[in-house]
Design a protein around this ligand. Structure first.
Ligand code: PRP
Length: 184
């Protein structure tokens, strides 16, 4: 296995820094309109969503509240099982609040499903999800129903928060990782 943080490991750029910035501003404007006067609580799912989350919050020129939740999947596999452990819970009581769960990527959809159910049980006034990347091919084409940045093909993507073995999160763009990096 060869891991470097060099751009050589990227097969192609899917979305440039500029394309991401433009789309995130659009999503921020969309949310701002939807939540006018509601002071939404923006929930970041660590760690992958971190860059998207902070840029999205900054694109909302209205009162927003920020909180963070950290989860880890059970099991050793790289694929999501949907069974997650909360390793850092929210500090905020979300009962009666308008909650927006912010995620970097929806793949099988199990993580978001689990978190939406968990947070819904705390009786927020409303809840929806904002997701930058929707790999809907992996769910038989079923579209993410919340706020969506880009629909992407079923490829291994890294950058702008997305990692492989902890690497590449800080790339300013989103790219497809060369297969030779993650296969022996
Ligand atoms: C990734 C991503 C989502 C989840 C999506 O998290 O950030 O939370 O997988 O997969 P799913 O739709 O199949 O459930 P990961 O476990 O890699 O943690 P990270 O955010 O810390 O990178």
């Amino acid at each position: 296995m060869r891991i470097t943080t060099e751009q050589n490991d990227i097969a192609r750029v899917l979305f440039s820094e500029e394309q991401i910035a433009r789309r995130v501003k659009e999503l921020g404007a969309q949310l701002m309109e939807q939540y006018a006067g509601k002071e939404p609580l923006m929930v970041c799912i660590l760690k992958g969503a971190s860059f998207f989350y902070t840029d999205l919050c900054r694109a909302m020129h209205c009162n927003v509240f920020m909180d963070f939740i950290a989860i880890s999947s059970y099991g050793a596999g790289s694929k999501s099982t949907g069974v997650v452990r909360i390793s850092k819970d929210l500090d905020t009581n979300i009962t009666g609040r308008h909650v927006v769960i912010v995620e970097d990527i929806i793949d099988s959809g199990l993580t978001l499903q689990y978190l939406t159910e968990l947070l819904s049980s705390r009786k927020p006034a409303s809840i929806q999800t904002a997701c930058l990347l929707d790999k809907r091919e992996r769910r038989g084409g079923a579209a993410h129903t919340g706020i969506t940045g880009f629909v992407i093909p079923d490829e291994f993507v890294v950058g702008y928060g997305l990692d492989y073995a902890g690497y590449y999160r800080n790339l300013p763009y989103i790219g497809v990782l060369k297969a030779e990096v993650y296969t022996d």
